[in-house]
Design a protein around this ligand. Structure first.
Ligand code: ADE
Length: 240
């Protein structure tokens, strides 16, 4: 997979991309992550990438020109035009389901904005999707782009070692993960649940499933309701 990131602050990505799973995935050729600085595509003498909004109001708006030039430049570097994604709180919320879908694409082009927002014609003219990582406002799209990269790359074939499988992740079956324990058996008076020490794999699997259900019900009633609705639908006899 190739991931292009268009940003005014490519340096912000250096540390997250040079550790652990993301670093290994790049070294192994599983993903090629290419950073481009939008400012290098600003034509004017002052390298301007933003301007005041038509109609007045606070803040600055990212201009079309440098963004279109930057996208077209990176698109010309590969056979695939790529799926263009703008990170913005106005976007559709990122979910694990969406992450799985993105991980199947051969190329993503992530656009991280700054300032008050993007000129609307960037979305329109580039036919870009808008994506949000949550209902809160960040100072720019860079951290959101890093979240997308991390969540997507760990799903690519070979990105995780055998020891860390994505199959048991929270959300992979619509439920939160069960609680984990490791040595020692007792820490400051808190004991590991006996069942986990029993060696009975059937009972352990059942306990873990129950814990997943309980946690989801307590922490994420929205996910729990969706899970139950799916279970009910599966149990309904099919109508002829
Ligand atoms: N840029 C600023 N806030 C954001 C958010 N919540 N998600 C994605 N991009 C953003």
């Amino acid at each position: 997979m190739r991931i292009d990131v268009l940003t005014l602050f490519p340096e912000m990505f250096e540390s997250p991309l040079s550790h652990s799973i993301l670093r290994r995935a790049q070294q192994q050729g599983i993903v090629d992550i290419v950073l481009s600085n939008i400012r290098e595509y600003a034509a004017e003498r002052y390298r301007k990438v933003d301007d005041t909004p038509y109609g007045g109001g606070p803040g600055m708006v990212m201009m079309c020109g440098p963004m279109f030039d930057c996208v077209e430049h990176v698109q010309a570097q590969g056979a695939e035009p790529g799926r263009i994604i703008m990170l913005t709180p106005q976007g559709a919320p990122l979910t694990q389901e969406k992450v799985v879908e993105l991980s199947r694409s051969p190329r993503l082009i992530l656009i991280a904005g700054r300032y008050e927002g993007f000129d609307e014609r960037i979305r329109q003219g580039l036919d870009a999707e808008q994506m949000s990582i949550g209902d809160y406002v960040l100072s720019g799209g860079e951290l959101a782009a890093m979240v997308v990269i991390d969540a997507v790359v760990r799903l690519l074939d070979g990105a995780l070692g055998d020891e860390d499988s994505a199959a048991n992740d929270s959300f992979s079956d619509g439920l939160l993960e069960y609680p984990h324990y490791t040595r020692p058996e007792e820490f400051r008076g808190m004991r590991v649940p006996e069942i986990l020490l029993s060696g009975d794999h059937g009972k352990i699997a059942q306990w873990r499933h129950e814990q997943s259900l309980l946690r989801t019900q307590q922490q994420r009633p929205d996910l729990y309701a969706a899970y139950q609705a799916r279970q009910d639908a599966q149990q309904q006899p099919k109508k002829r």
